[in-house]
Write a protein that binds this ligand. Structure first.
Ligand SMILES: Cc1ncc(C[n+]2csc(CCOP(=O)(O)OP(=O)(O)O)c2C)c(N)n1
Ligand SMILES: [Mg+2]
Length: 556
């Protein structure tokens, strides 16, 4: 006989979980058992949404499921935080307290039926009502989160705080280590499908690869680069796939789509064949299916059969793991076919050079207030070669997706799949997962405001991530939109809709116990970054930037 709590604690440890992120009180007994029997750090946060984002950052940085928890009244705050993980296929496991059949429908304090709200943000959403069910339900949670296209799962435990964990049953904390990280399976491609894909790639004169988040989940970056080199094919990536090829590789053309680099969109639009790998071919990556235009011949490699051909009719489809498929393609590739693409590669490289020439002065600008392009340029030049770079959405996604270069295959890049405010807590989660690697988060000030309370969490738990705040005193990505609805030029009052009071985040960070550095001159940033990376405590670099700076929009 053992309690559900002991079983849960031992199972989480058995799956290799090193941290869980939560707001109490949920599964209290399980937390006591974690302390008694495991090394799991129980990161007590200020908000459930931030806890979910931390678990998400932990998962994307390590490939291991990130675990977050909330009691019944915090459950929907946690659900809100799962949406980004769902959009980005991140294996997050959420545990909440839930209803007790003995009292439900009696107006129990704080209680509603939370389960339906988890439906749209999870791959699997289930309830655990008896201690007997802990082993099989927790195993299934890890199985679902890590297999196929990964994604979040939710288990609701009986009792508003999940008190079912205090009950005993005849149970065994059985663990299937295979589901402790992504990918759980390396699905092998059909050899006819591989041949067909190669046939189309080899005969194309102007092919381009679009690598998505599936390439990073599969750990297929090296194979991707080898195949691109063997067949002389330029590579664009989605925002999620940005770290699948170093930006300074001669075949890299940048991030394609809406939050993108002009060179990538131009190359993809010139292609006579687009090969999507591990990409959902969604609106962001294709600039709402304009880049490439629908009708451009395409082939696609994806683990998820339902993704194949969803938005682009295909000449060939391969349903398998990206790493295995690329390795197979490499074995059979006709390297001789590369010669005919010399002119195409030269053209793509010319387009990239034009981009560099166009933005060089912005990337090195000395202007004050600082230009965000310069900030991105300095990050390219000074982020350590094994860093994890974590990026928020909106303008942050545009600036960094388009202007920042990864310079080493050892660097990782993770970005918000759309939620403003995701990056700061996600960066903390990434640092928990990979304490030996530098973590550099890039966020706007509006993004940073969301979860600023978690600076205290970072200090308390010694989560020494570096956060760079592009502080322009407002959410200025909204500027264009309000200009438009005001017929060209907004009124002074219209700015109330997207600006904030000026703030010194460095001072706030210092008051909370972190290192705070205020940067007002571009030339001071590299030293500030070096100081923050060496600080041995969480660091916030508050960079005062130009509120009128707008990122270039996508070219078609
Ligand atoms: C949860 C959520 N709410 C609203 C938005 C819409 N949104 C996108 S960018 C943005 C403002 C961003 O401001 P900031 O982080 O300061 O970056 P800036 O544009 O100033 O560089 C808003 C409100 C969003 N993406 N996510
Ligand atoms: Mg801002």
């Amino acid at each position: 006989m053992m309690t559900g709590a002991r079983c849960l604690a031992e199972m989480l440890a058995g799956y290799g979980v090193s941290h869980v992120f939560m707001v109490p009180a949920v599964l209290r007994r399980s937390f006591a058992e974690m302390e008694r029997r495991t090394q799991i750090a129980r990161i007590h946060c200020h908000g459930e949404k931030a806890a979910a984002y931390m678990a998400d950052g932990y998962a994307r940085a390590s490939g291991k499921p990130g675990v977050c928890m909330a009691q019944v009244v915090g459950a929907l705050n946690l659900a809100a935080g799962l949406r980004d993980a769902y959009l980005a296929h991140s294996p997050v496991i959420a545990f909440t307290g839930g209803r007790d059949p003995k009292t439900k429908f009696r107006k129990v304090y704080q209680e509603i039926d939370d389960v339906p709200a988890f439906e749209p943000v999870t791959k699997w959403n289930a309830t655990v009502d008896a201690a007997e069910r802990f082993p099989d339900m927790v195993r299934q949670a890890f199985r679902v989160a890590t297999s196929g296209a990964p994604g979040p799962v939710h288990l609701q435990f009986r009792g508003n705080e999940g008190q079912v964990d205090q009950e005993e049953a005849e149970i065994e904390p059985l663990v299937e280590a295979q589901f402790g990280r992504v990918p759980a399976f390396r699905v092998v491609p059909d050899s006819e499908a591989v041949k067909k894909a190669l046939y189309w790639l080899e005969r194309a004169e102007r092919p381009v690869i679009v690598a998505g988040g599936g390439v990073r989940a599969s750990g297929a970056g090296a194979e991707l680069v080898q195949l691109a080199e063997a067949l002389a094919i330029p590579v664009a990536t989605s925002l999620n796939g940005k770290d699948s090829i170093p930006s300074n590789h001669p075949l890299s053309v940048g991030v394609v789509g809406t939050y993108s680099r002009e060179s990538a969109n131009r190359v993809v639009n010139r292609a006579d064949l687009v090969c999507f790998i591990g990409s959902e071919t969604g609106g962001m990556t294709t600039h709402f299916w304009a880049v490439p235009k629908i009708g451009t011949p395409a082939i696609q490699i994806d683990l998820d059969a339902e993704a194949l051909g969803r938005n682009y009719p295909l000449e060939a489809a391969v349903c398998a793991d990206a790493k295995v498929t690329l390795a197979r393609m490499l074995e059979h590739a006709d390297r001789g076919s590369a010669a005919k693409r010399k002119a195409w590669v030269a053209e793509a490289q010319g387009i990239c050079k034009e981009w560099t020439a166009k933005y060089q002065s912005a990337l090195t600008s000395d202007a004050a207030p600082i230009r965000p392009e310069r900030l991105c340029g300095d990050l390219t030049r000074h982020v350590p070669d094994n860093a994890i770079v974590v990026v928020d959405t909106g303008h942050a996604g545009m600036w960094m997706g388009g202007m920042f270069d990864l310079t080493s295959p050892r660097q990782s890049y993770m970005r918000s799949a759309g939620h403003l405010g995701w990056a700061f807590p996600a960066g903390l989660g990434a640092k928990c997962a990979c304490p030996q690697r530098p973590v550099v988060t890039f966020t706007g000030d509006a993004g940073f405001w969301y979860h600023i309370a978690e600076v205290e969490t970072a200090v308390r738990w010694k989560i020494n991530a570096v956060t760079v705040v592009n502080n322009n005193g407002g959410g200025n990505q909204s500027k264009r939109g309000f200009d438009r609805v005001y017929g060209g030029t907004q009124t002074e009052q219209a700015r109330e809709l997207w600006t904030f009071n000026k703030m010194n985040f460095a001072r706030i960070a210092e008051d909370m116990g972190a290192l705070g550095i205020r940067v007002e001159q571009a030339s001071a940033f590299p030293a500030a970054l070096a100081q923050a990376l060496a600080a041995n405590r969480p660091a916030i670099i508050d960079v005062v930037t130009d509120i009128d700076a707008l990122a270039p929009t996508a070219v078609t």
